[in-house]
Unconditional design. Structure first.
Length: 81
């Protein structure tokens, strides 16, 4: 996979603040996935520049969101965008 490598000290870890979105992420993702999947599809098309027929938000935090999408490309299939 793709990841950013780095390290932090134990002091930095203990001083870190929780993500302010964390308490609301689950309910927001559920609402968007249950009631507004068409909007998520539109966001994938607009921001990622790829057409998709299905899209589900699988993680959400103050840095953004991860979406599992069924892409409309040769071979189809799901990808995280």
């Amino acid at each position: 996979g793709f990841a950013m490598a780095g390290s932090i000290s134990p002091e930095e870890y203990y001083a870190a603040k929780p993500d302010p979105i964390a308490p609301f992420a689950g309910p927001v993702m559920k609402h968007m996935n249950d009631d507004h999947s068409d909007s998520t599809i539109a966001m994938v098309k607009h921001y990622a520049g790829v057409a998709c027929s299905e899209a589900q938000i699988v993680s959400l935090d103050s840095m953004g969101m991860t979406v599992k999408a069924k892409l409309e490309v040769a071979g189809g299939g799901f990808a995280k965008v």
